[in-house]
Design a binder for this molecule. Structure first.
Ligand SMILES: Cc1cc2nc3c(=O)[nH]c(=O)nc-3n(C[C@H](O)[C@H](O)[C@H](O)COP(=O)(O)OP(=O)(O)OC[C@H]3O[C@@H](n4cnc5c(N)ncnc54)[C@H](O)[C@@H]3O)c2cc1C
Length: 357
């Protein structure tokens, strides 16, 4: 049996390890803190259409290709573990002023021209679907096929599916890939990837996020994902069975994971603009994580050498793009490229190729 080391046990490493074990690899996953990185912090939106913007054709196509794989991925996971991970079926991006309305028209036209299903809702239609939203909401872009998942349930389920498929999990920091004598290695260390492969153009993009619990008697959370731009800052509310996840700030500040007063203040105040009842919720957690950012907002998936495959750089979309990543990496390990993942080929960055270190 061929041996595979997966370095990094976030959503990407766990899904790759699970899929690889299922097709016959003898897999060891190495991570000092499995499931404690960005994947534990995330919101869980699967929103390639709502995040679309003219010019980002490759990002849209890659995200949409992964979204199409999500139902099967989730069904396999549920069959393996009994855990269902979806928490919402649809996404609504709301407009608070005339400039937002114009932007929503731009996105709607661009996305529908590319064959995807979104539509604009007027004020009355928004209120009918989500009556607890602010009366200042003027319109919305409605994405009826964009769901959300509970990232923490996903992480627990992936670990259990991976271990049930035979993956051995070791609590270990890898300091150099030369330590590993496996036949193949997958590098899935998220925002820290450049520490093990310095030519990778991956940088940490900090995001702060809040978790709120609904108190008895308080207005219920929206049933859909609600996205907005408030004072120029992106905001989203992602439902959970017991409340809402409110995200997220965006800074380039190295690996400083401090949760700042200003970050929490802005998130609460922006959320209140969209959902006035939110002040009655219990604030249960404020945390920060590092999106593994790449220069072109696409991940880096594919061969670095004949023994090392990269699976990193998923930026703000690692939850969305986990199914396509796992398929692409298992394909690369077996010598079969996945055409849908060509846009993520590491060789698009001329600096990347190198020797094992
Ligand atoms: C605030 C926030 C909100 C987000 N919301 C969404 C969202 O709604 N939808 C979406 O699709 N994406 C979202 N994301 C992005 C998503 O979380 C990431 O793209 C994804 O989690 C990246 O997964 P990963 O496995 O590459 O990294 P991580 O989850 O960070 O995992 C990397 C792992 O590598 C390990 N590691 C690092 N160095 C080493 C080493 N030397 N040796 C061994 N192990 C090592 C770490 O311990 C860690 O467990 C969000 C991110 C943030 C921060």
């Amino acid at each position: 049996m061929r041996t595979l080391a997966v370095v990094g046990g976030g959503v990407i490493g766990l899904a790759v390890a699970w899929h690889a074990a299922e097709v016959g690899w003898s897999v060891t996953l190495l991570d000092p803190a499995v499931a404690a990185g960005a994947s534990w912090i995330a919101g869980g939106m699967l929103a390639p259409l709502s995040e679309g913007w003219p010019g980002e054709d490759r990002v849209l196509a890659f995200g949409a290709a992964s979204l199409a794989r999500w139902p099967r991925f989730a069904a396999r996971l549920e069959a393996a573990t009994g855990v269902g991970v979806f928490v919402a079926d649809q996404t609504m991006t709301v407009a608070l002023d005339q400039a937002d309305v114009a932007d929503l028209h731009t996105v709607a036209d661009w996305v529908t021209e590319r064959g995807h299903q979104v539509r604009l809702l007027d004020r009355a239609a928004v209120r009918e679907l989500e009556p607890t939203l602010s009366r200042t909401v003027r319109a919305a872009l409605f994405a009826p096929t964009e769901p959300a998942i509970d990232n923490r349930k996903l992480m627990v389920a992936l670990r259990s599916a991976a271990q049930a498929a035979g993956v051995v999990v070791r609590a270990r920091t890898v300091h150099s890939l030369t330590e590993l004598d496996h036949d193949q290695i997958v590098l899935a260390t998220g925002a820290a990837s450049a520490k093990l492969w310095p030519e990778l153009p991956i940088r940490p993009i900090k995001g702060e996020i809040l978790r709120l619990r609904q108190r008895p008697g308080v207005a219920p959370a929206p049933r859909r994902v609600v996205r907005a731009r408030v004072h120029g800052r992106p905001l989203y509310l992602v439902p959970r069975p017991d409340g809402i996840v409110v995200g997220a700030t965006h800074y380039e500040a190295g690996f400083d994971a401090t949760v700042t007063v200003a970050g929490v203040r802005d998130l609460i105040s922006d959320a209140e603009t969209v959902l006035p009842g939110i002040g009655e919720y219990e604030l249960t957690e404020a945390s920060a994580g590092f999106r593994p950012g790449s220069p072109d907002n696409l991940p880096v998936i594919g061969r670095l050498t004949d023994r090392i495959v990269a699976a990193t750089g998923h930026g703000r979309n690692g939850m969305l793009t986990v199914p396509i990543t796992a398929d692409a990496v298992v394909g690369a390990l077996g010598g079969k490229a996945l055409p849908d993942a060509d846009v993520a080929d590491p060789q698009r960055f001329s600096t990347i190729a190198g020797d094992i270190r």
